[in-house]
Design a protein around this ligand. Structure first.
Ligand code: HAM
Length: 428
């Protein structure tokens, strides 16, 4: 016997009514982005593998072990196969598009948002999937467009606070840090490397490797036994240049003025290599181990690292799967949205008339479920009560007289309604 096929581990089907919640979140995000004057960008789901290696970083968990990559054989035999990768995140693609389409030459700041699936081969658990969805945004432009200003950081963070509030997510914490300029990071990396040299042999194998190749990544380590060692390491705040310190102080001052609450976290270095200066995460206690609702930060050197012009930027991405989990936990069970009416034709000869009536009501903007004349009345009532707020019965008498029988399930009241008044009645 053939085996039943199932969705691949770490991927899932999203079904109604849950998809209503997904759509509501996306619609709210689009409205908020519009108010802050962002436009939508859609980049391809797969890109050249080197894009991620050069931006996210070879040494990161994402690039070193979590990407879905393959050799593309579609090219002519004579050509070298191209290594392609399902995007594990969207910032790299946006910056590639920024460079490719010379968006910097448009003069003003580019404010771009995206909503779409991302792919990482992580161990699946609650809130962590191999195909997951992100809602993200990037603010990027030449320095002359003001892209480096601390006001941009504060505005993005204030927008996020507003978006989470409008989504009805309460109890979030904004964790904030500055990891300085590329030079500050290089200096801190050396400080860490020296501090780690005697300590690394007692740490996990990943940390032993990172202590040499990319010491900053040691701070991301989640192994419990390594945490006391990590707590003794020098903090990045002591390696920041005066410039980076002043930039961060200005971000904090603007947040204070806008009354956006935050918590400083010196260990927040983020798991991607392109970050500079401000880095942040919004966490939520209700999510368990995978508590990051969203993460982001500045990437002032990314465009140049990808061969583009100088284009400082800042952005974030929020896990849509995790937003949904948070809202579902808050609402316990969200009530099923019911249709305005269920049309029950009494006999198959009335199916065509029922379809005509449904068409009329739907064109008037009502949400309508259409039954079938082969159903007995009892069965129609059972289906109708589950799917809709009211049942509209269409029999030969009703068709002739033009008066339809309507029963309201909440009140239990059944009345005859003239066809002309039906739309208004069903809307009430
Ligand atoms: P990230 O921290 O890797 O940053 O991901 C952002 C968010 O995506 C996380 O906070 C989490 O909510 C969600 N997420 C990540 N991995 C998974 C997963 N396996 N399953 C479910 N949700 C997940 C970035 O991706 C950066 N591109 C953000 C950014 C934009 N920085 C600057 N601009």
């Amino acid at each position: 016997m053939s085996q039943t096929l199932k969705a691949v581990r770490g991927t899932r089907d999203l079904l109604p009514p849950e998809t209503d919640l997904w759509n509501r979140i996306e619609a709210t995000a689009r409205q908020v982005f519009a108010r802050y004057n962002f436009g939508e960008i859609r980049t391809p789901i797969f890109e050249d593998t080197s894009l991620f290696a050069r931006s996210v970083g070879e040494e990161t968990d994402i690039v070193s072990k979590e990407m879905y990559s393959w050799e593309d054989r579609a090219r002519a035999q004579s050509e070298k196969a191209q290594s392609l990768t399902l995007r594990p995140e969207n910032t790299a693609g946006v910056v590639r598009a920024y460079i490719e389409h010379k968006l910097g030459e448009r003069g003003q700041l580019q404010k771009l948002y995206y909503i779409g699936p991302q792919f990482r081969r992580e161990r699946p658990q609650k809130g962590r999937y191999r195909q997951f969805w992100q809602i993200g945004a990037e603010v990027i432009g030449p320095p002359s467009s003001g892209s480096e200003s601390p006001l941009r950081d504060a505005e993005v963070l204030e927008m996020l606070a507003t978006l989470l509030d409008e989504l009805g997510i309460t109890g979030w914490t904004l964790e904030l840090n500055s990891i300085g300029s590329a030079a500050d990071r290089a200096h801190y990396n050396e400080t860490l490397r020296a501090a780690l040299a005697p300590l690394a042999p007692k740490m996990c194998t990943d940390c032993q490797r990172r202590a040499v190749t990319n010491p900053l990544r040691v701070l991301d380590c989640k192994v419990p036994e390594d945490q006391p060692v990590i707590a003794t390491l020098p903090v990045i705040a002591d390696s920041l240049s005066e410039d980076a310190k002043a930039h961060f102080a200005a971000v904090l001052a603007a947040l204070d003025a806008a009354q956006v609450p935050y918590k400083l976290n010196h260990r927040l270095v983020r798991g991607l290599d392109y970050y500079t200066r401000t880095t942040f995460e919004f966490t939520h206690g209700g999510l368990g181990a995978q508590n990051a609702l969203l993460g982001g930060g500045r990437y002032d050197g990314l465009s140049e690292a990808l061969g583009g012009p100088k284009a400082p930027g800042i952005g974030f991405a929020m896990g849509l799967d995790r937003l949904v989990l948070t809202l579902q936990a808050a609402a316990q069970s969200s009530p099923l949205e019911k249709a305005d009416a269920y049309i029950a034709p009494l006999g198959e000869n009335l199916n065509a008339a029922a379809l005509t009536l449904a068409r009329e009501l739907r064109r008037a903007g009502l949400r309508v479920e259409l039954g079938d004349g082969s159903f007995r009345l009892k069965k129609s009532f059972e289906f109708a009560e589950r799917a809709a707020r009211r049942i509209v019965i269409l029999g030969d008498d009703e068709l002739e007289s033009g008066n339809l029988t309507v029963k309201d399930f909440a009140s239990g009241v059944q009345t005859k309604v003239p066809r002309k008044e039906l739309v208004a009645r069903l809307r009430s």
